[in-house]
Design a protein around this ligand. Structure first.
Ligand SMILES: C=C(O[C@@H]1C=C(C(=O)O)C=C[C@H]1O)C(=O)O
Length: 376
């Protein structure tokens, strides 16, 4: 039997040949890119790649190697595409993105909408981002807020997108797909819930608790430890506080902010009922224009992928090859297509950066219905 050293020597020799061939292959790919630039052709040719994979598999004998050679060629072609996108980008053929850079948001002359009633966390987030002096009003649902932006009834909307303990606010993700509105900012609001009731109410005599579903979720442990409290969802935590005043029942309480409790003259029966002490919610600022601030450093996109093994893995290479740091990924079911998903990705960068444009070009070609949700 050959020694390990001899076998490794043989591998080194084979690898040298693979490396030389790889370099030759990349040179040809570079010429292909020149041809595509000259003739306005797309980089990605899905049919050609599928054909090559089938052919590669047909040329090897064992099932294990069939899969292996396909993986190898998938990667080779992906590296080849990345080089081509870079060449296209370098010669300015990546095209202009339909987003306009602005120095600042025109807040002074704007109306800002939030969901809920006075005292809602969304209102606190609005004040945290825009200050106390802005012209704001409220609507009943998140969809109403999106409509107000789309119609131009308001210039900006403030919507919760993610909570540090309960996770993504799914409905808002879906609305970002449905509406032609774009994210231009974000703000993280520390969220501390209290149990609030009428004067004279006692925590251990409460039989019904109103809150927003997110509020109920964020206080799951507390509510689990108080099984006598029936949980009832209402559109907003401040609506819950108002309901206690309307019902005048000492056995009913609301989970809301201390600010909402004081606004509606309620007594705090228990401070900090949220499970996580560092509970906070990230809110996005949405508008109906495709604009981004010059110092924006985070991009949100969403896309669909073919329902096949490895497609997400392939797509991730656009972030890796362009040195982009992906900070978040979520998936949501696609309406009317059971078990198919739309992905939402956040990554660091500005739409004016070369690497970002390059990645977006590749993502646009290789995903189905990619949408830029905003740069902020
Ligand atoms: C090189 C090309 O561009 C891409 C890369 C391919 C490859 O590396 O073989 C094949 C098809 C294209 O998606 C080409 O179009 O031939």
């Amino acid at each position: 039997m050959a020694s390990l050293e001899e076998l490794r020597g043989e591998l080194d020799c084979l690898d040298e040949q693979i490396i030389a061939l790889f370099e030759k292959r990349m040179e040809v790919c570079s010429l292909v890119a020149d041809y595509k630039i000259e003739n306005g052709r797309k980089v990605y040719d899905r049919a050609r790649e599928q054909e090559k994979l089938l052919k590669a598999a047909s040329r090897v004998e064992h099932a294990y190697n069939k899969k292996g050679v396909q993986e190898l060629f998938t990667l080779l072609m992906s590296v080849s595409r990345k080089l081509q996108y870079q060449k296209l980008s370098a010669c300015g053929t990546t095209g202009r993105l339909p987003f306009i850079e602005v120095k600042e948001l025109d807040v002074k002359n704007s109306r800002i909408v939030f969901q809920g009633v006075e005292g809602a966390y969304s209102e606190a987030a609005l004040k945290q981002y825009f200050g106390d002096e802005v012209n704001s009003y409220h609507v009943r649902t998140w969809k109403d807020a999106m409509d107000a932006i789309e119609d131009g009834a308001a210039d900006f909307a403030v919507l919760p997108i993610e909570n540090s303990s309960a996770g993504a606010v799914n409905e808002v993700y879906d609305l970002l797909v449905e509406y032609e509105n774009y994210i231009v900012g974000e703000t993280v609001l520390p969220v501390s819930h209290v149990l609030a009731g009428l004067k004279g109410s006692k925590e251990d005599e409460i039989t019904r608790v109103y809150s927003h579903p997110q509020g109920l979720m964020q206080c799951e442990k507390y509510l689990y430890d108080h099984p006598a409290m029936e949980k009832i969802s209402v559109p907003n935590t401040a609506v819950a506080a108002r309901k206690i005043v309307e019902e005048q029942d000492v056995h009913h309480a609301a989970i809301c902010s201390a600010y909402a409790a004081s606004l509606y003259g309620l007594e705090i029966l228990r401070e900090q009922v949220n499970d996580n002490r560092h509970n906070s919610t990230r809110f996005i600022i949405v508008t109906n224009q495709k604009i981004f601030l010059e110092h924006a450093d985070k991009i949100s996109i969403c896309f669909e992928l073919p329902h096949e093994s490895g497609s997400l893995y392939q797509i991730m290479s656009h972030f890796i090859y362009n040195d982009l740091n992906m900070t978040k990924i979520e998936s949501r079911p696609i309406e009317d297509r059971p078990w198919e998903y739309r992905f939402f990705v956040d990554f660091e960068g500005n739409l004016a950066d070369g690497g970002v444009k390059n990645a977006i070009r590749g993502l646009r070609e290789e995903t189905k219905s990619m949408k830029i949700l905003g740069n902020y």
